[in-house]
Design a protein around this ligand. Structure first.
Ligand code: SAM
Ligand code: SF4
Length: 341
């Protein structure tokens, strides 16, 4: 057993006893979409030379798998915009012998048509695709892009045999009229659909509570049309599940029913800032340590381990406690396109 394996026997945990099993890696902040609930009007992209190389990201993933991480999700920005992503999935697959159980990705689906088969062959286990409307005009208004390529991407991913989920962020007066059409479409396509409550992580910080389409609103809309039953036992999954006319529908209601109490996630952004929560006001800059990890692991693994142990331990109880702490004047610099959902 080498020093890393010995060192990494225990999984990370926070002060509330939550063990960390899932890691989200944002590989780029760039995106070809401009979703109203995510991208700022004038994004300031990270400089390419500040991004961690795939080699460094792989070294970090290996380190984290040896510390109990079982699932890695590749996200962005738009992950399919970074060249080399398929090879990265292939590399991650080699971590399965060390305990990695699942490699996932979240994508807007625009380039998926070209990548679906290669991703499946490289070893991707599952894919979340964002789809906020089935109405072409509304889709364009929400994302500044066309719906067609996304639907083609979804069809190609199904053909490739990838396990899929659809994520839909709902906003009042924008796309709450999509609840029923999307459920009907998902039932027909036999794809799991999850509605997500709009979170205060939009780039321009314009979020208001009034724009949130709550879990209760979604359930009320569904109940008027379908038979809806609660499905118990969602484990560490963020979505609360319902059976709607025989089809499973998830609702991620971070605002009205936060799942913070059982959160087992950690996050790294594309330039090596590490976050113990989506809503953390401060990240931990690990860029240099992660780069050294890929060239000389022995030199840095004890230091990195101790930095992570102490930062992860300090994870707040939940999103609500963080929002209370956030002073009005303290503008959070990181938004969803930089940290990955
Ligand atoms: N570009 C990819 C995509 O859109 O799937 C991956 C990155 S995106 C930041 C990841 C997820 O975050 C998407 O499902 C997106 O809908 C969600 N998201 C972005 N901003 C959000 C917000 N303010 N509230 C809730 N979900 C949000
Ligand atoms: Fe891009 Fe995804 Fe953000 Fe939309 S949600 S702007 S696709 S990163």
């Amino acid at each position: 057993m080498n020093s890393i394996t010995k060192l990494h026997a225990k999984p990370f945990q926070d002060q509330f006893g939550r063990h960390k099993r899932k890691l989200r890696i944002s590989i780029t902040d760039r995106c070809n979409f401009k979703c109203v609930y995510c991208m700022p009007e004038h994004p300031e992209w990270m400089h390419k030379h500040n991004l961690l190389s795939f080699e460094a990201l792989y070294a970090f993933c290996k380190f984290m798998v040896q510390r109990g991480i079982e699932q890695i999700r590749i996200t962005g920005g738009e992950p399919l915009m970074r060249q080399g992503v398929v090879h990265f999935v292939q590399q991650l697959k080699t971590l399965k012998v060390l305990g990695l159980k699942r490699i996932s990705m979240t994508t807007n689906g625009h380039y998926l048509k070209h990548y679906a088969h290669a991703l499946q062959e490289a070893g991707l286990d599952d894919l979340n695709i964002s789809l906020d409307s089935l109405d072409e005009q509304q889709f364009q208004q929400l994302t500044q892009r066309k719906l067609g390529p996304v639907l083609e991407g979804i069809a190609e991913a199904q053909k490739a045999g990838l396990k899929l989920k659809i994520n839909t962020v709902l906003m009042q007066s924008l796309n709450e009229n999509q609840i029923i059409p999307l459920v009907q479409w998902a039932t027909q396509e036999q794809i799991e659909l999850r509605f997500i409550e709009f979170m205060p992580l939009d780039g321009d910080q314009k979020w208001t509570q009034q724009e949130v389409v709550s879990e209760q609103y979604i359930l009320d809309s569904l109940s008027r049309q379908f038979e809806v039953q609660r499905v118990d036992g969602h484990g560490t999954q963020p979505a609360r599940q319902y059976r709607v006319n025989g089809q499973i529908i998830g609702i991620i209601s971070t605002i009205t029913h936060s799942f913070c109490g059982r959160c087992d996630r950690l996050r790294l952004n594309a330039q090596g800032e590490f976050y113990n929560c989506l809503f953390s006001l401060n990240g931990l800059n690990l860029k240099q340590d992660i780069e050294t990890l890929s060239s000389d692991p022995q030199q840095v693994d004890i230091l990195l381990n101790s930095k992570l142990t102490s930062y992860i331990w300090q994870k707040e109880q939940g999103f609500h406690s963080l929002m209370i702490k956030k002073p009005q004047s303290n503008v959070r610099k990181i938004s969803m396109h930089m940290i990955g959902g």
